[in-house]
Design a protein around this ligand. Sequence first.
Ligand SMILES: Nc1ncnc2c1ncn2[C@@H]1O[C@H](COP(=O)(O)OP(=O)(O)OP(=O)(O)O)[C@@H](O)[C@H]1O
Ligand SMILES: C[C@H](N)[C@H](N)CCCCCC(=O)O
Ligand SMILES: [Mg+2]
Length: 224
Amino acid sequence: MKGSVTAISGIGTGVGKTVVTGLLAQGLQKCDRKVVTQKIVQTGCTGISSDILEHRRLMGSSLIDVDYEGVTCPYSFGYPASPHLAARLEGAAVEVMTLRRATFTLQKQFDHVLLEGVGGLLVPLAPDLLFADYIRDAGYPLILVTATGLGSINHTLLSLEACIARRITLKAVICNRFGEIDTLIGDDTVEMTRHYLKKYGLRAPLFTLVGDTLDCGCIESLFL
Ligand SMILES: Nc1ncnc2c1ncn2[C@@H]1O[C@H](COP(=O)(O)OP(=O)(O)OP(=O)(O)O)[C@@H](O)[C@H]1O
Ligand SMILES: C[C@H](N)[C@H](N)CCCCCC(=O)O
Ligand SMILES: [Mg+2]
Protein backbone atom coordinates (compact mmCIF):
# COMPACT_ATOMS: atom_id res chain seq x y z
CA MET A 1 0.00 0.00 0.00
CA LYS A 2 1.56 3.27 -1.00
CA GLY A 3 1.68 6.20 1.38
CA SER A 4 -0.40 9.35 1.25
CA VAL A 5 0.88 12.70 -0.03
CA THR A 6 -0.14 16.03 1.50
CA ALA A 7 1.07 19.30 -0.02
CA ILE A 8 1.95 22.14 2.31
CA SER A 9 1.83 25.61 0.81
CA GLY A 10 1.44 29.11 2.16
CA ILE A 11 0.17 32.58 1.41
CA GLY A 12 3.69 33.50 0.39
CA THR A 13 7.35 32.96 1.14
CA GLY A 14 8.67 33.04 4.68
CA VAL A 15 5.27 32.36 6.31
CA GLY A 16 6.27 29.19 8.15
CA LYS A 17 5.74 26.29 5.70
CA THR A 18 9.02 24.66 6.74
CA VAL A 19 8.25 24.97 10.45
CA VAL A 20 4.72 23.61 9.96
CA THR A 21 5.95 20.75 7.77
CA GLY A 22 8.55 19.79 10.37
CA LEU A 23 6.08 19.99 13.26
CA LEU A 24 3.45 17.92 11.41
CA ALA A 25 6.10 15.30 10.66
CA GLN A 26 7.20 15.37 14.30
CA GLY A 27 3.60 14.83 15.41
CA LEU A 28 3.06 11.91 13.02
CA GLN A 29 6.30 10.30 14.19
CA LYS A 30 4.99 10.48 17.76
CA CYS A 31 1.98 8.46 16.55
CA ASP A 32 4.39 5.81 15.20
CA ARG A 33 3.63 6.74 11.61
CA LYS A 34 6.40 6.37 9.00
CA VAL A 35 6.62 9.90 7.66
CA VAL A 36 9.01 11.75 5.38
CA THR A 37 9.06 15.34 4.23
CA GLN A 38 9.91 16.53 0.75
CA LYS A 39 10.82 19.97 -0.62
CA ILE A 40 9.59 20.09 -4.19
CA VAL A 41 12.21 22.62 -5.36
CA GLN A 42 14.73 24.44 -3.21
CA THR A 43 16.11 27.77 -4.36
CA GLY A 44 18.77 29.93 -2.74
CA CYS A 45 20.67 26.85 -1.69
CA THR A 46 23.03 24.27 -3.22
CA GLY A 47 23.53 20.77 -1.90
CA ILE A 48 21.13 19.40 0.72
CA SER A 49 18.00 21.59 0.91
CA SER A 50 18.01 24.00 3.84
CA ASP A 51 14.30 23.30 4.32
CA ILE A 52 14.93 19.55 4.48
CA LEU A 53 17.64 20.16 7.08
CA GLU A 54 15.15 22.15 9.16
CA HIS A 55 12.45 19.47 8.76
CA ARG A 56 14.89 16.83 10.03
CA ARG A 57 15.92 19.06 12.94
CA LEU A 58 12.31 19.50 14.01
CA MET A 59 11.73 15.76 13.56
CA GLY A 60 14.75 15.03 15.76
CA SER A 61 16.13 13.00 12.90
CA SER A 62 19.44 12.97 11.07
CA LEU A 63 19.50 13.00 7.28
CA ILE A 64 18.31 9.73 5.71
CA ASP A 65 19.34 7.95 2.50
CA VAL A 66 16.62 9.56 0.38
CA ASP A 67 17.93 12.98 1.49
CA TYR A 68 21.46 12.20 0.34
CA GLU A 69 20.10 10.65 -2.88
CA GLY A 70 18.17 13.88 -3.68
CA VAL A 71 14.80 12.11 -3.67
CA THR A 72 13.40 14.39 -0.95
CA CYS A 73 14.47 17.45 -2.91
CA PRO A 74 14.64 16.70 -6.64
CA TYR A 75 15.83 20.18 -7.58
CA SER A 76 18.07 22.62 -5.74
CA PHE A 77 19.19 25.88 -7.38
CA GLY A 78 21.59 28.50 -6.06
CA TYR A 79 19.83 31.73 -6.92
CA PRO A 80 17.26 32.80 -4.27
CA ALA A 81 14.31 33.31 -6.63
CA SER A 82 11.26 31.61 -8.09
CA PRO A 83 12.10 28.11 -9.34
CA HIS A 84 11.44 28.96 -12.99
CA LEU A 85 14.07 31.74 -12.87
CA ALA A 86 16.57 29.97 -10.59
CA ALA A 87 16.46 26.95 -12.93
CA ARG A 88 16.87 29.07 -16.09
CA LEU A 89 19.91 30.79 -14.61
CA GLU A 90 21.54 27.35 -14.39
CA GLY A 91 20.42 26.28 -17.85
CA ALA A 92 18.03 23.80 -16.27
CA ALA A 93 14.25 23.29 -16.19
CA VAL A 94 11.96 21.62 -13.66
CA GLU A 95 10.30 18.53 -15.18
CA VAL A 96 6.95 17.25 -13.89
CA MET A 97 7.86 13.59 -14.28
CA THR A 98 11.03 14.06 -12.22
CA LEU A 99 8.93 15.54 -9.44
CA ARG A 100 6.23 12.88 -9.62
CA ARG A 101 8.75 10.02 -9.70
CA ALA A 102 10.55 11.37 -6.62
CA THR A 103 7.33 11.60 -4.62
CA PHE A 104 6.19 8.16 -5.83
CA THR A 105 9.49 6.66 -4.67
CA LEU A 106 8.85 8.09 -1.20
CA GLN A 107 5.25 6.85 -1.19
CA LYS A 108 6.54 3.30 -1.62
CA GLN A 109 8.68 3.61 1.52
CA PHE A 110 6.60 5.80 3.87
CA ASP A 111 3.04 6.01 5.19
CA HIS A 112 2.96 9.78 4.70
CA VAL A 113 4.83 12.22 2.46
CA LEU A 114 4.56 15.88 3.47
CA LEU A 115 5.42 17.88 0.36
CA GLU A 116 6.49 21.48 1.02
CA GLY A 117 6.03 23.90 -1.86
CA VAL A 118 8.05 27.01 -2.71
CA GLY A 119 6.73 30.40 -1.64
CA GLY A 120 2.99 30.65 -2.24
CA LEU A 121 0.48 28.61 -4.27
CA LEU A 122 0.91 30.40 -7.60
CA VAL A 123 4.68 30.17 -7.77
CA PRO A 124 5.97 28.94 -11.16
CA LEU A 125 7.97 25.71 -10.87
CA ALA A 126 8.52 26.24 -14.59
CA PRO A 127 7.24 29.11 -16.79
CA ASP A 128 3.95 27.27 -17.44
CA LEU A 129 3.67 25.15 -14.31
CA LEU A 130 2.33 26.77 -11.17
CA PHE A 131 2.64 24.79 -7.92
CA ALA A 132 -1.13 24.96 -7.45
CA ASP A 133 -1.68 23.38 -10.87
CA TYR A 134 0.93 20.73 -10.14
CA ILE A 135 -0.78 19.58 -6.93
CA ARG A 136 -4.22 19.79 -8.59
CA ASP A 137 -3.08 17.53 -11.44
CA ALA A 138 -1.41 15.14 -9.00
CA GLY A 139 -4.50 15.07 -6.78
CA TYR A 140 -2.58 16.04 -3.67
CA PRO A 141 -4.67 17.61 -0.86
CA LEU A 142 -3.34 20.77 0.71
CA ILE A 143 -2.58 22.24 4.11
CA LEU A 144 -2.34 26.04 3.77
CA VAL A 145 -0.09 28.05 6.09
CA THR A 146 -1.20 31.63 6.65
CA ALA A 147 0.13 34.58 8.64
CA THR A 148 -1.65 37.06 10.90
CA GLY A 149 0.11 40.32 10.22
CA LEU A 150 -1.40 43.28 8.33
CA GLY A 151 -1.92 42.24 4.71
CA SER A 152 -2.51 38.58 5.50
CA ILE A 153 -6.30 38.67 5.05
CA ASN A 154 -5.94 39.54 1.37
CA HIS A 155 -3.23 36.95 0.73
CA THR A 156 -5.21 34.30 2.58
CA LEU A 157 -8.48 34.88 0.72
CA LEU A 158 -6.66 34.99 -2.63
CA SER A 159 -5.10 31.63 -1.75
CA LEU A 160 -8.46 30.15 -0.74
CA GLU A 161 -9.97 31.35 -4.02
CA ALA A 162 -7.08 29.80 -5.95
CA CYS A 163 -7.84 26.48 -4.22
CA ILE A 164 -11.55 26.74 -4.98
CA ALA A 165 -10.93 27.59 -8.64
CA ARG A 166 -8.81 24.43 -8.97
CA ARG A 167 -10.98 22.22 -6.75
CA ILE A 168 -7.92 21.49 -4.63
CA THR A 169 -8.91 19.62 -1.47
CA LEU A 170 -8.06 21.85 1.50
CA LYS A 171 -7.29 19.63 4.51
CA ALA A 172 -6.56 22.40 7.00
CA VAL A 173 -5.52 26.01 7.41
CA ILE A 174 -2.76 26.76 9.89
CA CYS A 175 -2.59 30.41 11.01
CA ASN A 176 1.01 30.97 12.01
CA ARG A 177 1.15 33.77 14.60
CA PHE A 178 4.95 33.94 14.62
CA GLY A 179 6.29 37.47 14.59
CA GLU A 180 2.83 38.94 15.12
CA ILE A 181 3.11 42.61 16.15
CA ASP A 182 -0.52 43.64 16.69
CA THR A 183 -2.69 41.12 18.57
CA LEU A 184 -5.90 42.97 17.67
CA ILE A 185 -5.10 42.57 13.97
CA GLY A 186 -3.84 39.02 14.57
CA ASP A 187 -7.02 37.93 16.35
CA ASP A 188 -9.18 39.57 13.69
CA THR A 189 -7.19 37.95 10.88
CA VAL A 190 -7.80 34.51 12.40
CA GLU A 191 -11.51 35.27 12.75
CA MET A 192 -11.83 36.63 9.20
CA THR A 193 -10.10 33.49 7.92
CA ARG A 194 -12.58 31.35 9.86
CA HIS A 195 -15.46 33.50 8.52
CA TYR A 196 -14.42 33.10 4.88
CA LEU A 197 -13.74 29.37 5.20
CA LYS A 198 -17.41 29.08 6.18
CA LYS A 199 -18.63 31.64 3.61
CA TYR A 200 -16.75 29.81 0.82
CA GLY A 201 -18.20 26.49 1.95
CA LEU A 202 -14.77 25.09 2.81
CA ARG A 203 -14.95 22.51 5.62
CA ALA A 204 -11.23 22.62 6.40
CA PRO A 205 -10.43 23.08 10.10
CA LEU A 206 -8.43 26.13 11.15
CA PHE A 207 -5.59 25.77 13.64
CA THR A 208 -3.15 28.31 15.02
CA LEU A 209 0.59 27.93 15.47
CA VAL A 210 2.09 29.88 18.36
CA GLY A 211 5.81 29.29 18.72
CA ASP A 212 6.25 25.56 18.19
CA THR A 213 2.80 24.66 19.50
CA LEU A 214 0.27 23.56 16.91
CA ASP A 215 -3.20 23.61 18.51
CA CYS A 216 -4.58 20.89 16.25
CA GLY A 217 -4.97 18.31 18.98
CA CYS A 218 -4.06 14.94 17.58
CA ILE A 219 -2.14 15.67 14.37
CA GLU A 220 -2.83 12.08 13.34
CA SER A 221 -6.51 12.98 12.83
CA LEU A 222 -5.46 15.17 9.92
CA PHE A 223 -3.94 12.16 8.17
CA LEU A 224 -6.42 9.36 8.72
N1 LIG B 1 6.07 29.37 14.55
C1 LIG B 1 7.37 29.72 14.41
N2 LIG B 1 8.21 29.66 15.46
C2 LIG B 1 9.51 30.02 15.32
N3 LIG B 1 10.06 30.48 14.16
C3 LIG B 1 9.24 30.56 13.10
C4 LIG B 1 7.87 30.19 13.16
N4 LIG B 1 7.32 30.39 11.93
C5 LIG B 1 8.31 30.86 11.15
N5 LIG B 1 9.46 30.96 11.84
C6 LIG B 1 10.76 31.45 11.33
O1 LIG B 1 10.49 32.37 10.28
C7 LIG B 1 11.36 32.11 9.16
C8 LIG B 1 10.51 31.69 7.95
O2 LIG B 1 9.85 30.46 8.26
P1 LIG B 1 9.91 29.25 7.22
O3 LIG B 1 11.31 29.01 6.76
O4 LIG B 1 9.20 28.09 7.83
O5 LIG B 1 9.06 29.87 6.02
P2 LIG B 1 8.69 29.18 4.66
O6 LIG B 1 7.30 29.54 4.34
O7 LIG B 1 9.04 27.73 4.70
O8 LIG B 1 9.67 29.92 3.64
P3 LIG B 1 10.10 29.44 2.16
O9 LIG B 1 9.05 29.99 1.24
O10 LIG B 1 11.45 30.07 1.98
O11 LIG B 1 10.16 27.93 2.15
C9 LIG B 1 12.32 31.01 9.60
O12 LIG B 1 13.48 31.60 10.15
C10 LIG B 1 11.56 30.30 10.70
O13 LIG B 1 12.41 29.68 11.64
C1 LIG C 1 14.51 31.93 -2.01
C2 LIG C 1 13.55 31.15 -1.19
N1 LIG C 1 13.79 29.71 -1.38
C3 LIG C 1 12.10 31.47 -1.45
N2 LIG C 1 11.28 30.51 -0.76
C4 LIG C 1 11.69 31.44 -2.91
C5 LIG C 1 10.29 32.04 -3.05
C6 LIG C 1 9.88 32.26 -4.47
C7 LIG C 1 8.70 33.24 -4.57
C8 LIG C 1 8.43 33.68 -6.00
C9 LIG C 1 7.37 34.77 -6.06
O1 LIG C 1 6.25 34.56 -5.52
O2 LIG C 1 7.67 35.86 -6.59
MG1 LIG D 1 10.37 26.61 3.60
